[in-house]
Design a protein around this ligand. Sequence first.
Ligand code: PLP
Length: 232
Amino acid sequence: MSVAEALAAARERITRACGRVGRDPATVRIVAVSKTQPAEAVVEASGAGVDAIGENRVQEAATKRPLVATTTPWHLVGPLQRNKARLALEVFDLVETVDRPELADRLEMLVAADGGGRVLPVFIEVNVGGEPTKSGVPLTGAHALAEHLVDTCPHLRLLGLMTVPPWNSDPEFARPHFAALRRLGSDLTSHLGVSGLELSMGMSEDFEVAVEEGASWVRLGRALFGERRTTT
Ligand SMILES: *Cc1c(COP(=O)(O)O)cnc(C)c1O
C-alpha cells in the first residue's frame, strides 16, 4: 500500500469514528510520524496531504528535514532535552512535548533571543496514566505548567495538550485516559480563559477511540508507513 492509500484508509476510519459520535471529520488532523522512515516517505506523506510531519528525535529530524522540500509543518512528538532545544527550534514548527517549566523557560529564552517576532506554538504533554517511566507532566501538575506558560512565556503560545496513554493491546483501555485529557482541556480552557485547546491523542492502534473521545490531532506512524525501519 502506498502512503497515499494508507492515508485515505486512515481518513475513512476517522470519518466513521466521527460518525459514531456526531463529530465533523474536518476537525481531526493527522500528524504523520515518520521516525525511522526515509526522507522519501516524508515527501510522499506531505504530497498526499497529511497535516503535519511528526518526529520524536531532534537529530533524526534535523538530518531529514533539509531533504524534504515541503510547507507541511513539523511537530516534535518526542521528549526534548534542554541541550537540544536550540536545534529543535531550527527544525520544528511546533513542540508537542513541553512537560516542565525549565523546558518552557529554555524555549522562551531562545525564541526571545532570536528576535524576529516568532511565537512558538506548543502543546503540554500530560502523563495521564501517571506512569513513572514516561515523560509528561502529571495530571495534577498540568494547571501550574499551563499557568506558567501563559503568564511567563510570551514567545510561546499554548495551543493544546498531548498524551501517550499506558500501552495495552486493547485500545478500549486507552479510552478513560483520552477522556481525562479532554476533561483537563476543558478545565484549563475555562480556568485560563484561553480559547479551545487542541488534543493530540491516538496512535495507529487506538486512534479511532481517541477520535470518539475528542482528538483534534491523531499521530499515525505504522498506519501510514508500515513497520518501522529500525528500532528507536
Ligand atoms: C512513534 C510515535 C507515534 C506513532 O506510533 P504508531 O503506533 O506507529 O502510530 C505517535 N506518537 C508518538 C509520541 C510516537 O513516538
